[in-house]
Design a protein around this ligand. Structure first.
Ligand code: FMN
Length: 187
């Protein structure tokens, strides 16, 4: 798959088969992620790969409780509140794998660096015929002491990008793009 095809066909996938991607494939995605640029070439990312279904379920449950307790209106839209109360709702959409990209520094560009690595990872997943989706809902709980402990991430690391990965069970919905707001400055 060429770059343009990957950019235009990558979509947020929320339905997965049970089949977990092979470790070698996940490693390939991480190798693509680390090709991302980083401020002053810090390459400050670390990757936690979770394929343990029980742990994924526990993180989902903890996150839902955390969001319900911590004034969710400020973090998530009203429309999502009911879903958080639904015991069947899995924030990871029952994906077989989660890759969390964390920053090993709290530098000024921690989020930017990890976000660039995340986009590389998602495009590489698409090129491998895999689906992916950034699960922003997971970020607040993963950044707590308990969340970092669940990931085995040291206290001074910052989990930035939780990305689910797996084989799509159905073709993803294409979300239309708004016209870009562009200001051309110059002759
Ligand atoms: C920072 C960020 C957080 C997101 N959080 C969630 C999430 O918690 N759950 C989810 O299902 N999708 C999440 N998404 C996926 C977006 O909803 C999705 O990218 C958007 O609707 C555009 O669709 P597309 O990726 O298919 O183009 C997130 C995406 C980003 C970039």
């Amino acid at each position: 798959m060429d770059l343009e095809q990957a950019i235009y066909s990558r979509r947020a996938v929320r339905q997965y088969t049970d089949e977990a991607p092979a470790q070698g494939t996940l490693r390939k995605l991480i190798d693509a992620a680390i090709q991302a640029p980083s401020a002053i070439n810090e390459q400050p990312w670390s990757f936690t790969v979770v394929t343990d279904r029980d742990l994924l379920g526990r993180i989902s449950a903890k996150t839902k409780t955390h969001l319900q307790r911590s004034a969710p209106g400020r973090i998530i839209p009203q429309s999502l509140h009911a879903r958080l109360e639904d015991p069947q709702f899995d924030i990871f959409h029952r994906a077989p794998a989660l890759i969390v990209i964390s920053s090993v520094t709290h530098s000024r560009w921690a989020v930017e660096n990890c976000a660039l690595a995340a986009e590389n990872l998602m495009l590489a997943a698409c090129a491998e015929g895999l689906g992916s989706c950034w699960i922003g809902l997971a970020q607040t709980w993963l950044a707590t002491a308990a969340g970092r402990k669940a990931l085995g991430v040291p206290a001074d690391h910052l989990p930035v990008a939780p990305i689910i990965v797996g084989r799509p069970a159905a073709p993803p919905v294409t979300v239309p793009r708004k016209e870009p707001r562009i200001r051309w400055i110059g002759p």
